[in-house]
Design a protein around this ligand. Structure first.
Ligand code: UDP
Length: 326
C-alpha cells in the first residue's frame, strides 16, 4: 500500500505536528515547503522538498517524484492584520497557490486532500458555539482566502471527483508534549506564546488588547485547541478518505471559551513566574467571542482531544518555550 503523504507547509507549526502524527500512524510524510515561515529543524519525520506552490512546475515535479496517496495542505500565510494591509500577498499565495496544487493533483488523479481551514471563515458569530452550518462571512482577506479555497474544493469535488476534508481550526495552541517541535513564528503575534515569553523574561510584558468587550471580564474569549489534537484530527480525516469517505468540513475546537485574562492567569499558575500585564486598545478585527462546536468530527470520525484542559495546553507550550528559546 502507498503510505506516502505530501504535506505542504509541513515545516510550519501545525504542519510539523501533523507530520509527527502521520508517522506515528504508519504514514510516510514528505514535506513540501518554501521555508519562508517554516523551519528546516521542524522537518523530522520524513524528507523535505523545498518548493513553492506559486510555481506550478515545482508542485507538479514534487507530485511526480513522491507519487503520494494523498495530500495535506497547510501552506498558507496566516497573519490576519497583514492580510488587511497586503491582501495581494494573501490572495496570490493562499488562493492561487492552492489552485495550483488542486490542478496538479487533478492532472495526476490524486483525489484525497485534507485542508487547513479556519474559524476566521465564519466572521462575527451570530450564535455560539459555532457549528459547521453557521454562515461564513469572513471579515478579513485571510478568512476570505481560506473560504475561497473551501468553495473551490467543493466545486472540484462535484466536478472532478476530488475528495476533500476541510478542517476549520479555532485557536491552535500548545506544543508537542515531547517538546520535539513547537510554535516559533516570526513575528510572533499569538497570545499564549507571547504571555509565556513574558514569563520567561524574553519579552518585557504582555499587552491585553481591550478590556471593554461584552464578555464576563471584558477581555476576548477564544477556544484554544492543542496542536497535537489538531494533528490527530488530520490523521483521522485521512483515514476516512482512505476508506472512501466523501468530502466534508469539520470544526476543531474544545467547545470551551477562555478569556485573555483567564489565559494570562493560567500562564501564571503553570509557570509560577510574575508576568507584567499592560492594558492596550482593542485590536482591529477581533470578534469578542469565538467558541466552536466540534460534535460533528467527534461523532463522525471519533476525534477525542487528549489535551483539552487549558493548563495542560499551557504546560506543553511552556515546556517548549524553555527548551527552544533559551
Ligand atoms: N491578544 C492580546 N494580546 C496579544 C495577542 C493577542 O490581548 O499580544 C488577544 C487577541 O486580541 C485575541 C486573543 O488574544 O482576543 C487571541 O489572539 P491570537 O492572536 O492568539 O489568536 P486569534 O484569536 O487572533 O486567532
Amino acid at each position: 500500500m502507498n503510505n506516502r503523504i505530501l504535506v505542504t507547509g509541513g515545516a510550519g507549526y501545525i504542519g510539523s505536528h501533523a507530520c509527527k502524527a502521520l508517522q506515528t500512524a504508519g504514514y510516510e510524510p514528505v514535506v513540501f515547503d518554501n521555508l519562508i515561515y517554516g523551519h528546516p529543524w521542524a522537518v523530522k519525520w520524513g524528507p523535505l522538498i523545498r518548493g513553492d506552490l506559486a510555481d506550478p512546475q515545482q508542485i507538479e515535479a514534487a507530485l511526480d517524484e513522491v507519487k503520494p496517496a494523498a495530500v495535506m495542505h497547510f501552506a498558507a500565510y496566516a497573519y490576519v492584520g497583514e492580510s488587511v494591509t497586503n491582501p495581494a500577498k494573501y490572495y496570490r499565495n493562499n488562493v492561487v497557490g492552492s489552485l495550483n496544487l488542486l490542478d496538479a493533483m487533478r492532472n495526476r488523479s490524486i483525489e484525497s486532500l485534507v485542508f487547513s481551514s479556519t474559524c476566521a471563515s465564519y466572521g462575527i458569530p451570530r450564535v455560539t458555539p459555532i457549528d459547521e452550518s453557521h454562515p461564513q462571512n469572513p471579515i478579513n482577506p485571510y478568512g476570505r482566502s481560506k473560504l475561497m479555497i473551501e468553495q473551490a474544493m467543493a466545486d472540484y469535488s462535484a466536478a472532478y471527483g476530488l475528495r476533500c476534508v476541510a478542517l476549520r481550526y479555532f485557536n491552535a495552541a500548545g506544543a508537542d508534549p515531547e517538546a520535539e517541535i513547537g510554535e516559533d513564528h516570526s513575528p510572533e503575534t499569538h497570545l499564549i506564546p507571547l504571555v509565556l515569553m513574558a514569563a520567561a523574561g524574553i519579552r518585557d510584558s504582555i499587552t491585553v488588547f481591550g478590556r471593554d468587550y461584552d464578555t464576563d471580564d471584558g477581555t476576548c474569549v477564544r477556544d484554544y485547541v492543542h496542536v497535537s489534537d489538531l494533528a490527530q484530527a488530520h490523521v483521522l480525516a485521512l483515514q476516512a478518505l482512505d476508506q472512501g469517505a466523501e468530502s466534508a468540513v469539520y470544526n476543531l475546537g474544545n467547545g470551551t471559551g477562555f478569556s485573555v485574562q483567564q489565559v494570562i492567569d493560567a500562564c501564571q499558575r503553570v509557570t509560577g513566574r510574575p508576568i507584567k500585564v499592560v492594558d492596550g486598545p482593542r485590536r482591529a478585527g477581533d470578534p469578542p467571542r469565538l467558541v466552536g462546536d466540534a460534535s460533528k468530527i467527534i461523532n463522525d470520525l471519533g476525534w477525542s482531544p487528549r489535551y483539552a484542559d487549558l493548563d495542560t495546553i499551557v504546560e506543553t507550550a511552556w515546556n517548549w518555550t524553555r527548551h527552544h528559546f533559551k
